[in-house]
Design a protein around this ligand. Sequence first.
Ligand code: AGP
Length: 580
Amino acid sequence: MCGIVGYVGKHNPKDFLLEGLKTLEYRGYDSAGIALKNNEETQIIKSVGKIKFLEEKVNNSLLIDSKIGIAHTRWATHGAPTENNAHPHCVGKVTIVHNGIIENAREIKDKLKVNFNSDTDTEVAAALIDYYYDGDEISAISKAVTELTGSYAFGILFEDSDKLYAVRKGSPLIIGINDKENYIASDITAIINYTNKYILLEEGEIAVLSAELVKVFKDGKEIKKDVIIADISAEAKSKQGFDHYMLKEIMEEPMLIENTLKPFVEDMSLIPDLKKYSEIHIVACGSAMYAGMIGKALLEEKASIRVICEVASEYRYKKVLYDKNTLVILVSQSGETADTIAAMRKAKEEGADTLAIVNVKTSTIARETDKQIFIEAGPEIAVATTKAYILQVAIFGLLAYKAASLNNLADEVKKLPRYVKEILDNRDLYLKIANEIYKDNDVFFIGRKTDYAICMEGSLKLKEVSYVHSEAYQAGELKHGTISLIEDGTPVFGIITDDDIRDKTISNIEEVKSRGAKVIIVSNKKVPGYDMEVIVPKISEFFQPILVVPCLQLIAYEVAKLRGCDIDKPKNLAKSVTVE
Ligand code: AGP
């Protein structure tokens, strides 16, 4: 998604703005721009492509003397990724950067008598604020946002004002607080090297920043806001010697699994008891959804609780039947995924209890759900989730274990961190497998029940970081059509950890092998007759997926490396999808 940074203070904003945009690159973008302002003029410089191109243009420009500015990385939604459509946009006396989607841009555009220079909804928003601007900045912003539908986080400059303005709905925005300089940013990573003090801007609030002061207004009145002290240390943002954040974050998994499970092992009463609910809905997107699929399989199989598991973009619009005693579990690393937020709000409107399994404590989902389980993954910088996903899976193991009324958790999980460490150390094997498949164009993952849910994540991880096409299939389903795609040498991962259906899945693997497939077995027991295999220790079914997925994460990483991909920032992807 788009990234916003803004500065007002004692220095020229250029360095903060460019460095801030670089920390937000992981959000995904295709163009970038910066606006500097003084009492005489506003200078706007934009570029398509990576921030380094913008940096070159800025450094080759004669910059105005300025103490205030805004900057933006754009992930194109309305209008192609061109320089003209890049932000900031200026209309009349208003210069703006925007993260989100204005859904009624067309109607507003038709109402305003303005010659628009771009195809963006953002320029329309700037025009609407300018339309209402009569010298009172807060009034102009309030009137304009009242008319807008959709989502937005705006950073705004006015020609006649030496202050920086910010307002948001649906897209996150924070206000960084420092000595004689203040900032706005889409998330904490952009300001953490300057200050650890920040304010969370809530929906409907307007922030007014000068070098000395930050004021926040709601319904025209100034309100008091708590200043939060961030707990992100600078080294948490560095790669700590690893080639990529993705690898660093995978290697953190043993320690994080131990830290996340420890409080619950010491006091199982901390694990919410799901047995009191007659029905559970698990709602999420992408990898978080696949963690939810594992949760569904475990809760149904081991605790006999009826569970539906649905992608949020469907759940938010479909007819959902709510029992009188339904729990809706929202799974989200960022806590800002637009579809998952909408699903959460739908569940709340229907009177269901809501539980978040979430990483970012200050996120919208963390703040609006009834209860939360925080996965304590720390900042996850790589776009492709690894450590956050595995901790989501661990939490579902705990929930199912508690719901199954078992009480020997300590013994079940005490070996987990060591086993995961041993599995991660086996990198030569994953590199060998990656060398076997990185030139292939179609890779299949097959499994049944919980193993199928693992296949979904293994397939997505491979696709999103290496751009190799892949499909996950229920092992028994392949023969109903897709097996026609299996050719000589087609790589097929067979995931087999469930003894109840081991033989069935092996038969399906035999079916593809007999058609020439290059089979890679990932299992907790050796399967005779296959030379490419990853064997992991056999442990409690509640936590077995935690030993399988790291192998698939590292294989995906090695394939992406062999293919020379931009591993931490895969093309077209964003870390947090804050628009529909
Ligand atoms: C990340 O690897 C995934 N590609 C992506 O699907 C992600 O899991 C999804 O967008 C949900 O994000 P969230 O967990 O922040 O809600």
